[in-house]
Design a protein around this ligand. Structure first.
Ligand SMILES: [Zn+2]
Length: 504
């Protein structure tokens, strides 16, 4: 079995991934703050850790995968006020929206998705423990973690407390500054403010700070020390640094054995933001291309590298296309067409004989596992997939002719390949015909090709062929081809597709 290595942010290098119990891996990933629909920055971590979990399971490891939901937060309260709705109602609605989008991206649901609103007991108990141990103090209804009480503070983000300056995002009002013993002390509990929801606590009514929820919920579901903590690079400091400080001060144990962070997503090489006019929600991308194309596309880039998404806009700044998603969708069409071709091979075509199975097919699963074992190299795994599908199609070509056939061994190996693509990469899990029809119909609509018109052409062609008027049949074919419509004659009848590039 492959030795798994992953880049560890704490040690700042690639290292052997060694779970405490090799047969049961415990993973925690920071999840969404549910105040809006998900965007591409939510999709990336979700897909990265989904592939990690799928891979570990496919090599026989049991995995407990926890991803939290921040359903109490300043942003939620603010947006709910703007919408004139209750914060809980907004958070619940946006959690549903997030879950739907992540499922459409073929991500498996985590084993636990704990919400802050359901873990007040754990959060209050952890804060009390930190106060009792002298690492936290109450001040005017707030509770702060005292950063200098944790000697290792800064070990994850590789900075020293003495060198740190209070950055712009950390500037606080005078009252808060007075309450804090050290400028980097952070809130574990925030005293209630006028017009905000609050909950009872021994320090007065209020609500938890952001960082404490992840320590409380990860340790509840995974124990005081677990194997891997994941999230986006933007969470290293201060969120994860603070998680380590408060957890290790509370337990005296190592909090997490391995820290994994995915790179940023950029749009046309810039940060995505509403002010730059390049902000979009995943749902807008799903209107342009299949959600699975977003998944495929993200997997073509190594998780630690930035992912630069190209976005074509018109002169008014309206969204035209995502070229990378469009290309990824074409690759997926190839995958699903391959599945259809494979599925159409009848029992009579399969022969018991000793052909060599092409290496691209026979070694596929092992090669993908090797790529993923090396710091989750999905880009390389996708490369293996392309070569493998090409080899499968060559075998299908050779099988198609009247006298063509396929060896039983090849047939069985291809079956295993297609299964592992689904299991490990989460690709090709859809119904092939349904996927291809959806893409075709959407493309037809975009290009103004009416489905009824195509169908009437197909009927005319069928009549002409039945009457042996091949010239007329060919004329219909040319008419369709001029608008990018390709016909596929199969034993079940004639189906049609639209070529990826629009016909000129
Ligand atoms: Zn977190």
């Amino acid at each position: 079995m492959n030795q798994i290595t992953l880049f560890d942010t704490l040690e700042n290098k690639k290292k052997k991934f060694e779970p405490a119990d090799p047969d049961h891996v415990k993973i925690y990933v920071c999840g969404p703050t549910t105040y809006d629909d998900a965007h591409i920055g939510h999709a990336r971590p979700c897909i990265v850790y989904d592939v990690l979990v799928r891979y570990l399971r496919s090599i026989g490891r049991q995995v407990t995968y926890v991803r939290n939901v921040t359903d109490i937060d300043d942003k939620i309260i603010q947006r709910a006020n703007e919408n004139q709705e209750e914060p809980e109602a907004l958070a619940a609605r946006m959690f549903e929206s997030y879950s739907t989008d992540m499922t459409r991206l073929w991500n498996l649901s985590p084993d636990h998705q704990p919400k802050v609103s359901e873990h007040f007991d754990e959060i209050r108990a952890l804060i009390q423990k930190l106060i009792d141990r002298g690492n936290a103090y109450a001040a005017d209804g707030d509770v702060y973690f005292h950063v200098p009480s944790h000697a290792d503070y800064g070990k994850l983000s590789h900075r020293k407390l003495d060198d740190m300056e209070v950055g712009a995002s950390e500037r606080l009002d005078a009252a808060t500054t007075r309450r804090k013993k050290h400028p980097y002390d952070f809130a574990l509990w925030k005293g209630a403010k006028e017009g905000e929801p609050s909950w009872e606590s021994p320090w007065g009514p209020g609500r938890p700070g952001w960082h404490i929820e992840c320590s409380a919920m990860s340790m509840k579901y995974l124990g005081e020390t677990f194997d891997l903590h994941g999230g986006g690079l933007d969470l290293v400091f201060p969120h994860h640094e603070n998680e380590i400080a408060q957890s290790e001060c509370a337990t005296g144990q190592c909090y997490c054995r391995h820290w994994m962070h995915n790179g940023f997503v950029q749009i046309n090489k810039e940060k995505m933001s509403k002010s730059l006019g390049n902000f979009f929600r995943l749902r807008e991308a799903f209107d342009k291309n299949e959600p699975e194309a977003v998944r495929y596309s993200l997997l073509t880039v190594h998780y630690r590298s930035p992912f630069n998404l190209e976005m074509d806009l018109d002169e008014e700044g309206a969204l035209l296309a995502f070229p990378q998603f469009r290309d990824a969708e074409a690759r997926l069409e190839y995958l699903y067409n391959t599945k259809l071709r494979y599925g159409a091979i009848g029992a009579k075509k399969i022969k018991d004989r000793d052909d060599e199975v092409p290496q691209e097919i026979e070694a596929f699963t092992e090669r993908v596992h090797t790529a993923l074992a090396d710091d989750l190299n999905t880009a390389q795994a996708i490369g293996h997939l392309s070569l493998c599908l090409k080899a499968v199609n060559e075998l299908c070509d050779a099988t198609q002719g009247k006298k063509g056939s396929m060896s039983r061994r090849s047939y069985e190996e291809i079956g295993k390949v297609l299964q592992s693509v689904e299991q490990v990469l989460g690709l090709g899990c859809d119904d092939p015909a349904a996927f291809l029809d959806r893409v075709r119909d959407r493309r037809a609509k975009e290009r103004g090709v009416e489905i009824e018109w195509v169908e009437s052409c197909l009927a005319r062609r069928a009549e002409a062929r039945a009457a042996k008027d091949f010239a007329a049949a060919d004329a219909v074919r040319d008419e369709l081809a001029a608008r990018g419509v390709e016909m596929l004659d199969t034993p079940q009848g004639t189906s049609w597709r639209l070529s990826v590039q629009a016909a000129v």
